[in-house]
Each structure stands twice: as structure tokens, then as C-alpha cells.
Design a binder for this molecule. Structure first.
Ligand SMILES: [Ca+2]
Ligand SMILES: [Ca+2]
Length: 453
């Protein structure tokens, strides 16, 4: 108490001035920030290049040791999203130094720099980590570009070692042969299925000129892995730098995000959110093996099945029938991939063969899982498109497209994320002439429309 009084007396006695004007010592921090902003406003305009001018002000303030703590708050004071005010006491503690620093454009941080890179194969000195070494150097010989062999569907991937909300990705090409990257896709997500290629797609690279850097916006897609793949052809994949500009998720959100992907039995996923009425923010480290009704025992969370195979209750139809390949075989709950066990569909050979499930009610489709035929001809499914929506126009093919299936190996099951596309119908079509559509199981995971976790 005595100390407080003494401090108060000192405060009254010492002339606290900011920008030459006396201030209330109890509003010192606030006034000082205002002052700095005013000062900066006079000498720096938004159009100026901050990295060049890097304005710096020195403000006379009284000796106040407690400013050390207050400075921590000051350092985070943002001016306009692109610039940040950094302030600190100088060595003599009698002056406050304040400067405006330009943040990286849009306040983004390249989180790939701390990641771990991998790729489908290695050519020469083009190790995967060259694409996250922090330099865009385009000369292959300078060992800053990744380079695969002439692979079919070559891929490169960075594991960000945590889940991030990805805003944008910069990709820099090599001096040689930049056209090889044409048609490459950028995928982001938490799955390593199919080397991460089955994660949702951010964008397709149409063309990046030799030695240049292009930016792809990813709308805050969440994920731990960023994958670049050249689908559908044999090609060398080389990348001189991949910069991933992203924000980290909060601790709790990160936990939830990883939990959401923890499958219990292939059909259910455990999810949780904080209950606003309960302050405890702790979460169990592993999903409880419980069904939704018993979730209510957890007072501090809600949990529910956030994914269930809603295709099972649908009605399937297809463009034509060959042999025993009934349309409903694909939603019989059985992933048996041998066509002769009568759990797969089969159309005639025709133009644009399609299969469709009517789920009789609208829901938000989070993901669609496909099991391809396992005994022979898995390549028939290559190029199939998944469309989701509420329209039956053109047999449902005109609905929005979730994904194009490049290839699912024989008998394997792949999951494609559809980011909660809403629709009553899920349609699979193989565009082109003389095509045959065979599917052994389609699982549609979704949430009721309007029910947000
Ligand atoms: Ca590099
Ligand atoms: Ca089946």
C-alpha cells in the first residue's frame, strides 16, 4: 500500500509528457499510443513503402519502470492490418522508442519454412526440402528446387506439423521447363490418404512462367498437409519454392480439428465443441467410444456423430444396367470389390454413363468415399466426376462438382472432401464416349442441412 501511494505521489509530482503535452499518468499507455499514431500519420501515408522509410519516433516519457510490462502490449498494437507499431524503452529507460514496421503483406507468415517436405521420388539434387528452404532461386544447379523423377502423378508435400488455416500459397517455378507444372493441383487437408492428394483442392495451376512466382488463394482452408500433384500424366515435378501463408489455429480449435478426423469405425467420427455455458476448456485426449445420446454425460462438451453414411438410406439409379451390376449394389453397406460377388454396379458401355443416389432430404455433404472395383479394370473409373446438388436437370450432372477422380487403385477406398456442399442428389458420371461405370461402394457422409457442429 505504501508503495502504491508513493508511486501515485511520484506520478503526480513528475511531469509526464507525451509529444510535449502533459498526460494523466494512469492513461499514459493509451495516450502514448494515440500520440505515436498521430505522429506517424503526419509523416507516413498509406501509399508509402514502409520497408523503405521505416519511420521511427522517439518520444520523451518519464522514467517508469513498469512500462516494461506495458510495452509487451504495445508491441502487438496493430495499426491497419498491414503495419504494426513496435515500441520499447530504450536502454536508459527514459525514452520510449516507437517504430512502425511493415508486416508481411496481409499479416501472413510462411509456415512452410518450419515444415517437413516429401515427394514421390528424387531426381538428382532436387530434394523435397529445397522447395521450403526460404529462397526462390530458380536455377536447378543452385540446389534450391525440388525435383522428382518422371513419375505418373508426381507429387510434392509439406507437413506443416500442425493444423493451419491457409490463406494463400506462393509457388515459384524453375528456369527450365516451367510448363511441366501446367495443370498441377494444390490440395490442403489433414489426410495422408493417397499421399495427401485426396484432400480438398485449393486451386489448379494453369501456368506459371519460367522463374516466376504466382499466388493462389485458399480461402482459409484448414489442414496440416499441403500437396502439389500433377494428376493424370507422367511428368517431372519441380518446385523452387512453396510458401504457405497461414494462421495457426488456437489450441482448442486445433485439438478439435484433429479429433474431427479421428474415425471410430469408418462410419462415425467423434466431434466436440465447447459448451458456452461451461467454462472448462479441457478435452479428453481420445474420443470416447460412445453414441450420441451418452454424449450428454460430458457436461463441458457436446459430442455427436458428425459424419454418417447417409447414402445407405437413399435410392440409387443409373444410366443403364449390365449383368448383375444393380445400382443399389453400391449402397448395400458392403465394400466388397470383386464384381462377381454382386456388390458392385455396372452400366453398359455408353456415352457419359452415370450413377445417382437420391437421399430424399437435403444435407450438407462433408465427404464421399468410393471403393473401386478390385478384380480387374480399375482404370475405368479414371476421370469420373462427383456432382452434388438439388437439381435433376441433365440427370443431375449439372449440379456443382465436388471432385474429379483421377485414379483409385484396384479394390481401394478413397475419400474425397466436399466441404459441406448441400444437396439431395449425389451423382457420379464419366464424361466421354464408350465408357463403363462400375462402383463397388459409395458412402456419403453428411450433416443435416442447418445443423452446425
Ligand atoms: Ca527454394
Ligand atoms: Ca457394395
Amino acid at each position: 500500500m505504501t508503495t502504491l501511494l508513493l508511486l501515485a505521489c511520484l506520478s503526480m509530482a513528475l511531469p509526464y509528457t507525451v509529444c510535449g503535452e502533459p498526460v494523466n499518468p494512469f492513461n499514459l499507455l493509451k495516450d502514448r499510443v494515440d500520440c505515436v499514431e498521430k505522429q506517424l500519420g503526419k509523416i507516413v501515408t498509406p501509399e508509402e513503402d514502409f520497408s523503405a522509410t521505416n519511420a521511427k519516433l522517439k518520444l520523451q516519457v518519464a522514467r517508469v519502470d513498469t512500462l516494461r510490462q506495458e510495452n509487451e502490449a504495445l508491441e502487438q498494437q496493430q495499426l491497419d492490418g498491414q503495419r504494426v507499431l513496435v515500441a520499447r524503452l530504450n536502454a536508459t529507460k527514459t525514452e520510449l522508442e516507437a517504430e512502425v514496421q511493415e508486416l508481411k503483406r496481409d499479416n501472413r507468415v510462411n509456415v512452410a519454412l518450419k515444415g517437413v517436405a516429401a515427394q514421390s521420388s528424387l531426381y538428382g539434387i532436387g530434394v523435397a526440402s529445397n522447395a521450403i528452404d526460404g529462397t526462390r532461386e530458380p536455377e536447378y544447379n543452385k540446389q534450391s528446387c525440388s525435383h522428382t523423377q518422371d513419375d505418373t502423378n508426381p507429387w510434392w508435400r509439406v507437413d506443416l506439423l500442425g493444423v493451419y488455416r491457409v490463406k494463400a500459397i506462393n509457388i515459384s517455378t524453375m528456369h527450365c521447363c516451367a510448363e511441366r507444372l501446367n495443370g498441377a493441383e494444390i490440395h490442403i487437408g489433414n489426410s495422408l490418404e493417397n499421399n495427401g492428394i485426396n484432400n480438398p483442392r485449393c486451386d489448379v495451376i494453369s501456368q506459371i512462367p519460367t522463374g516466376e512466382t504466382h499466388t493462389f488463394q485458399c480461402n482459409e482452408m484448414k489442414g496440416r498437409y499441403v500437396v502439389v500433384v500433377i494428376p493424370g500424366r507422367k511428368e517431372y515435378l519441380h518446385l523452387c519454392e512453396v510458401e504457405v501463408h497461414a494462421d495457426g489455429l488456437s489450441g482448442l480449435e486445433a485439438k478439435l480439428n484433429s479429433l474431427e478426423h479421428q474415425q471410430l469405425d469408418g462410419q462415425r467420427v467423434w466431434g466436440a465443441r465447447l459448451d458456452d455455458t461451461y467454462p472448462n476448456t479441457s478435452l479428453p485426449s481420445t474420443p470416447p467410444s460412445i453414441t450420441p445420446p451418452s454424449c450428454k454425460h460430458f457436461k463441458f462438451i457436446h459430442c455427436q456423430m458428425i459424419k454418417r453414411n447417409v447414402a445407405l438410406k437413399g435410392v440409387a439409379t443409373q444410366s443403364s444396367l449390365y449383368g448383375d451390376g444393380q445400382a443399389n449394389n453400391v449402397i448395400d453397406g458392403n465394400r466388397e470389390s470383386n464384381y462377381h460377388k454382386i456388390s458392385c454396379t455396372h452400366t453398359e458401355q455408353e456415352t457419359n454413363p452415370w450413377w445417382r443416389v437420391d437421399r430424399s432430404s437435403r444435407s450438407r455433404v462433408t465427404a464421399v468415399t468410393f471403393t473401386n472395383r478390385g478384380d480387374v479394370v480399375p482404370e475405368r473409373l479414371d476421370g469420373a466426376e462427383i456432382c452434388i446438388g438439388n437439381s435433376l436437370e441433365n440427370t443431375g450432372i449439372n449440379n456443382l462438382r465436388c471432385v474429379v477422380i483421377h485414379h483409385i487403385p484396384a479394390g481401394e477406398t478413397y475419400t474425397f472432401q466436399c466441404n459441406e456442399m448441400e444437396g439431395q442428389y449425389v451423382v457420379v458420371v464419366i464424361p466421354g464416349q464408350n465408357k463403363i461405370l462400375t462402383l463397388c461402394e459409395v458412402e456419403v457422409y453428411g450433416l443435416p442441412a442447418g445443423n452446425h457442429l
